[in-house]
Write a protein that binds this ligand. Sequence first.
Ligand code: SF4
Length: 441
Amino acid sequence: MGDKPTIAISHLGCEKNRIDTEHMLGLLVEAGYSVDSNEELANYVIVNTCSFIQSAREESVRTLVELAQADKKIVITGCMAQHFQEQLLDELPEAVAVVGTGDYHKIVDVISRVQAGERVKLVSPEPTYIADETTPRYRTTTEGVAYLRIAEGCDYRCAFCIIPHLRGNQRSRSIESIVTEAKLLASQGVKEIILISQITTNYGLDLYGEPKLAELLKELGKVDVPWIRMHYAYPTGLTPKVIEAMVETPNVLPYLDLPLQHSHPEILRAMNRPWQGSVNDAIVEKLKAALPKAVMRTTFIVGFPGETDEHYTHLLQFVKRHQFDHVGVFTFSPEEETPAYKLPNQLPQELMEARRDELMELQQPISLQRNQQEIGQVVDVLIEQENPETGELIGRSARFSPEVDGLVYVQGEAALGSIVPVAISDADIYDLYGQIVNSYN
Ligand code: SF4
C-alpha cells in the first residue's frame, strides 16, 4: 500500500513514557509508516500523555485542544488515556482512538482500524505488558544516552501516588533480556544507559521471587558501556549485596537517586511509604559510609495532608544535616483515586508553595558547595549538544543525570556522544564549567 498515512508523535511526561513513545515510533516505522516530526504535516498525531499530577494533565489537555483546533486526527495514548478512557472519546470528537499504557504496542493495528473507519478504544483495565529487546525502538534522546526499562508498574500503594492505578503492578524483564538490549544499545554507540522502573531496588521480585538488582548490575558490568546509572533506588533496598555489586562493577556510576519524599516518621507512615519510619539518619549515614563517593539525589513532597510545622521543620533539618548533592521538592498534589485525596487537614496551596520555596532555598548553597568541590578536578563529561552560535559544547558528568540535574559547559572540541576529560574551572548552583584537556594529569 503506497498511501499509508503519515504520523507524528507528541510526547509528554516522564522517561517511562518516553520509552513507550520510542517503541511506538519503532513499531510504526517497521510497519512502513512515515513518521514526521512536524505535526502540521502529519495525518495523525499520537499524543502520548501524562497524568501524574494536575499540572501534567493540564499540559496534556492543552496539547490535545491545540491539535483538535488544528483539525488533527488524534490518537491518545499514555497515562491520561489509561486514566480517563471513554471520557476522552466523549469529550474530544477529534480523538480517533484511545490506547492504554498496557496496549501501546498494538499501535500499528490501532492505526489500521482507525483507517478503516473505526473509533478505537483499547485500554486494558490492568496493564500487564512490558516491551523487551525484541520490540522495535526508535530512540529520541541524544545519541550518547539511552533509557533502559528493567521493570514496569509498582506493587506498593503510597497514599499520594496514582502510578499503580495507571501502570499496573510490577513486572520485571529477565536479566538476559535486559543485558541483550544493553549490548544492542552499546553497539549503537550509547555511552550511558539509565536503568529505570518504579522501584529499581525491587527489580526481579515478581519474576524471581526475590530482588535481583545485584545480579543484574553484575551482568550489566560485562557490557561494553562506560556509564550505567540507576534511577529510583529505595534506601531499604540498597542491601549490602547491592552496594557490593555497585562497588565491584566499575561501569555502574556511584549515583544514588533516592526518592525519600519526607523525613518525619509520622508523615512517612501517613504516606504509606514502603519503609515508613525507617528513613532516618542512620540509613543515610550507612549509605554514605558504604559509598563515600556516591552522588546523592533525592526528592521530597511538602504539604502532605496533616504536615505540621514540626513535621516540616524536621524535614528542613534533615536536608540541612545530610547535604545531598541534588534535591527536588514538590508540593503535594491531591489526586482523585488515591487515599491521600480524602485525608483531612489538607494544606492551603500558598503554604505548600512557601514551604517548597524555603526548602529549595535552604538546599541552594549546599548544591553550590557540592558543585564547587569539583573545581580544579578533571572529570569525564559526556558531550551531548553544541551551541550552534558559540560553538560551546554542553554535556554532563557522572554527577548529573539528564533532565533533572545540571549540565557541564565545555570549551574545546569533541564529537557529540563522546566522553572526554574536562578540567572544571567554575561552578554555580546547578552547572559546571570547564575546558577539555588531553590527559588526566
Ligand atoms: S513506591 Fe509509592 S510513590 Fe513509588 S510508584 Fe509505587 S506507589 Fe508510587
